[in-house]
Write a protein of this length. Sequence first.
Length: 149
Amino acid sequence: MSVTSQRSARVFAMQLLYAMNITAATVAQCIDGVLKSQEITDEMKRYGMTLVDLVQEHRVELDEEISKLSIGWDLARIAKLDRLILQVAMVELLYRKDIPTKVAIQEAVQIANKYSTEESFRFVNGILNQFARNRNMILNKENSEECVP
């Protein structure tokens, strides 16, 4: 899958998770509306659904990680969209070994820059870099350069 297709799949996952989050509805109840909002291939949909399933399966652990890394921030104060972007990136980092750490982080930063608030990309970058460092996914400072949109 191309880089553009992977990003579209990530955005699809984020939008579906967001729709479910704000409506308290199921995947089945939200998917048609999200699919109508963007053109994605079956391959992109499959990858996006894999990310959605992983986020749903590991939501509690992901939120615990976000809480630990968001020093001085209550989880409820973090923008829903930022939290979802972090969750999608974290499941890629943890469960998709075919996605390089730097790519997962850069993609999340780009998505935050495009779809969230003006400062979100910095927050997302900081949390994900620390998350990756804590898990030895980034072995040294040289490989953990700031991702900029």
